[in-house]
Design a protein around this ligand. Structure first.
Ligand SMILES: Nc1ncnc2c1ncn2[C@@H]1O[C@H](COP(=O)(O)OP(=O)(O)O)[C@@H](O)[C@H]1O
Ligand SMILES: [Mg+2]
Length: 243
């Protein structure tokens, strides 16, 4: 089992979009039993599959350590892909985890789920606190979506600095050039500067998942958008295989 976090300190960079599409690639292209776990109280990951957020406190109750994952997990409508939706209770997760004092609680829950899942994809909130700390301790790989902008690069540096300062052994980072628009100079320059970063294009097909409830790969499998997620997923699997 591998845990893949889609994370940034910034919001609106494409984390949820990438997490949802990669989860579909994992389940459908790699045929792996996959869980998309939404840790952001703002929600969104399950919504993209047409599954409503829990109107309960299930998402946070899970962290109390008394089980309950089975009650919180929902089917996505796609084979091998399940969802663990967020709800409002996650707003208190930082304090809940600090009060517990169990620095690897998230990792422990993930490991317990490894009987049912081969890949767990974490859609993370844009925070730098105990929640992100637990994510980084649990993850085998951290994907950081970066739209071409100086603020994104600043976010990447913040994450790298945090890893260096607070995580002696941290997972590799895979930066992704997110919302790429080839017509824009800044985007082209950023791509030229980081030619090895996987690219996800800015496209209405991707944005439309919010109403179609279908990831790019299910809507239009041979589209360049679907292929960009498939290529990113291949890069993820390759990086995981390298250990
Ligand atoms: N590649 C893309 N092309 C077009 N729109 C995108 C793309 N990625 C994300 N978006 C849109 O940008 C907004 C923020 O994306 P989201 O994935 O929710 O970011 P985050 O989870 O980092 O806050 C959403 O409205 C989403 O539909
Ligand atoms: Mg999000």
């Amino acid at each position: 089992m591998a845990v893949i976090a889609v994370y940034s300190v910034k919001g609106g960079v494409g984390k949820t979009t990438i997490a949802a599409n990669l989860a579909w690639c994992s389940a459908t292209i790699s045929r792996r039993r996959t869980l998309l776990w939404d840790l952001d109280p703002a929600g969104g990951a399950a919504f993209l599959f047409g599954v409503d957020a829990n109107d309960t406190d299930r998402a946070a109750r899970l962290f109390a350590g008394k089980g309950g994952a089975d009650k919180a997990i929902r089917p996505s409508g796609f084979d091998r892909l399940d969802l663990l939706p967020a709800d409002e209770s996650l707003r208190g997760l930082e304090f809940q985890l600090l009060a517990l004092g169990k620095r690897r609680r998230l990792g422990k829950i993930a490991r317990a789920l490894s009987r049912e899942y081969d890949r767990i994809i974490l859609d993370c909130p844009p925070v730098l606190n105990e929640v992100s700390g637990q994510v980084i301790r649990a993850a085998d790989l951290v994907i950081v979506p970066l739209p071409a902008s100086p603020l994104s690069m600043r976010a990447l540096r913040q994450i790298q600095d945090d890893f260096a300062a607070n995580h002696k052994q941290h997972p590799p980072i895979l930066p992704v050039l997110s919302m790429y628009d080839a017509r824009r100079r800044l985007h082209k320059e950023t791509r030229a500067e980081w030619p090895n970063w996987p690219v996800i294009p800015m496209a209405s097909l991707i944005e439309r998942m919010a109403d179609t409830k279908r990831p790019a790969g299910a809507l239009a499998p041979s589209s360049p958008q679907a292929q960009s997620f498939a290529r990113l997923w291949t890069a993820v699997e390759r990086k995981l295989a390298k250990g």
